[in-house]
Design a binder for this molecule. Structure first.
Ligand code: 5GP
Length: 201
């Protein structure tokens, strides 16, 4: 069996990345999603174990010590990290996996997983990004401003990614991400087994 592909998805807070990913998983439930371990307090409406495992700083620091994370980063004062084991399991089963990380996490993973494919979800404009962030109402003004500063820093390195998908019309953004994932399945490096099968049958 060929290994699945690791897709790194980043995009600033307010790019609508979560909504795009929801649409992708709805249409492609075969793709795995990496649940991050984080130390940020849970927001209203969030469910433990759905997108994140909410853990203590002590537990997170133990995971770092025990080398259980593929990458980790401090984002606006809290730890965020990708546990290694579920990613390995999914890829070994031949399934594609989406890992949602910030730009620092993506940089760390690119160094370790050379064939990872990275996609940056871009807001259509800074104005739209600011409107989305302040309209969300989940953070106070200071936190919103910190996220805007972080967003500018993230957009500045979008050119490090293999693909950029603008999230203006949601449905288009979802379909564009799916197109990238589906096209990748036809790449030669993922079909080495097929060539042998054809020649031997
Ligand atoms: P939020 O607090 O808005 O849920 O996420 C803040 C930022 O952390 C987002 O840019 C999100 O993509 C990123 N993030 C989510 N999970 C991880 C992770 O496991 N590792 C890293 N490095 N960043 C993450």
């Amino acid at each position: 069996m060929n290994r699945g592909r690791l897709f790194l998805i980043s995009g600033p807070s307010g790019s609508g990345k979560d909504t795009v990913l929801k649409g992708v998983f709805k249409k492609c439930p075969e793709i795995g999603f990496s649940i991050s371990s984080i130390t940020r307090p849970m927001r209203e409406g969030e469910i433990e174990g759905e997108k994140y495992n909410f853990i203590s700083r002590e537990k997170f620091e133990d995971m770092i010590k025990n080398d259980e994370l593929l990458e980790h980063n401090i984002y606006v004062g809290n730890y965020y990290g990708t546990p290694k084991a579920p990613v390995d399991k999914c890829l070994n089963e031949g399934r594609d996996m989406i890992v949602e990380v910030d730009v620092n996490g993506a940089r760390q993973i690119r160094k370790k997983v050379k064939d990872a494919v990275s996609i940056f979800i871009m807001p259509p404009s800074l104005l739209v990004l600011k409107e989305r962030l302040s309209g969300r109402g989940t953070e106070n003004e200071e936190a919103v401003n910190e996220r805007i500063t972080e967003a500018l820093r993230e957009i500045a390195v979008a050119s490090d990614y293999d693909y950029i998908v603008v999230n203006d019309i949601l449905e288009d953004a979802v379909n564009n991400v799916i197109s990238i994932i589906k096209a990748d399945r036809f790449k030669t490096d993922r079909q080495s087994k097929l060539i042998n099968d054809v020649l031997n049958n």
